[in-house]
Design a binder for this molecule. Structure first.
Ligand SMILES: C[S@@+](CC[C@H](N)C(=O)[O-])C[C@H]1O[C@@H](n2cnc3c(N)ncnc32)[C@H](O)[C@@H]1O
Length: 280
């Protein structure tokens, strides 16, 4: 199948434009969709043009939604050792998790902020292209068995590297456990704290008027080509306060022009000046 031509058809018949995702990954994902759904190319084209529910499911299958509670557990003590003083010095601060998937990273961050006594002062936003990921993030309901291991891994890291003296967290403060249905359900005060919206980093400008102290965009841009990555970095740069910072995934890094607009400090990319780019 000519997948570039297919992406053009998808773009013409839906709000989604994957034409600037990296070729290899989008090709693999599309081939998988075709095989899993046992579709001919003609059937795929037909459904893409006529079936909006199919297109929504397709978006989920094309994008990679993998996430975990306290993903990359070593990140969190380093992140807060660098940023705590700055955040503590503010009356309120804004954090955006862009490409938040089902929200496990968002809830992880809110738990740490609460332990630090900072959750009240934080405004937390989460966005994702996928409507079903947005629903999951709002529901705050995750798999118990899978995340039990993640929480244990984080507890080990915390014991070795406490965050501002915090070396242990009582997770029953944050989740109800439904072992029968293998569910971990976030308490209301966490679910109500986060403003979750559907937003496509490809199509749209920032969905927010406010500026941010921190933008998490981890393990998302790795699927975009260089031109699209630049467009998104530009938007994040514009949306950050001076000295605001961006956090990428462990296998992602800035290259070229944007290396001069952010200063790398451990896992953080700190906005170096207030120069404003025109978003195109
Ligand atoms: C691998 S997950 C990363 C989740 C989380 N940030 C983490 O690191 O655990 C990538 C997420 O990016 C979302 N995504 C992909 N393309 C996007 C786009 N154009 N706009 C917004 N979100 C997008 C996917 O739906 C998916 O939920």
């Amino acid at each position: 199948m000519d997948f570039k031509r297919y992406l053009q058809v998808l773009k013409e018949h839906s709000p989604y434009d994957f034409s600037n995702y990296s070729d290899n990954s989008i090709k693999r994902r599309l081939q998988k969709v075709i095989a899993d759904n046992d579709l001919s190319v003609d059937e795929l084209l037909q459904k893409t043009q006529n079936d909006t529910c199919f297109v929504e499911r397709l978006v989920e299958e094309i994008t990679v939604n993998t996430t975990e509670l306290f993903r990359d557990p070593e990140l969190w003590p380093v992140f807060y050792s660098q940023l705590l003083t700055q955040l503590k010095g503010k009356k309120t601060f804004n954090i955006w998790h862009a490409g938040s998937s089902s929200g496990m990273e968002v809830y992880s961050n809110m738990i740490i902020l609460n332990e630090l006594g900072l959750l009240e002062r934080a405004r937390i936003y989460a966005t994702d292209i996928s409507s079903s990921m947005v629903r999951q993030c709002k529901s705050g309901s995750f798999r118990y068995q899978f995340n039990k291991g993640q929480i244990e891994a984080f507890e080990k890291v915390l014991k070795k590297n406490p965050i501002n003296g915090i070396s242990k967290i009582d997770f029953t403060k944050y989740f109800d456990v439904d072992k029968v249905n293998d569910k971990l359900i976030a308490k209301d005060f966490l679910r109500e704290k986060v403003d979750v919206r559907q937003h496509d980093l490809v199509q749209e400008k920032s969905p927010f008027y406010n500026k941010f102290d921190v933008i998490f965009c981890r393990n998302v841009l790795i699927y975009f080509n260089a031109a699209l990555q630049s467009k998104v970095y530009q938007m994040f740069h514009n949306q950050l306060f001076p000295k605001g910072c961006m956090i990428l995934g462990n296998h992602e890094s800035l290259t070229g022009f944007f290396k001069t607009k952010f200063k790398k400090s451990g896992p953080l990319y700190v906005k170096t000046n207030a120069f404003h780019f025109k978003y195109q």
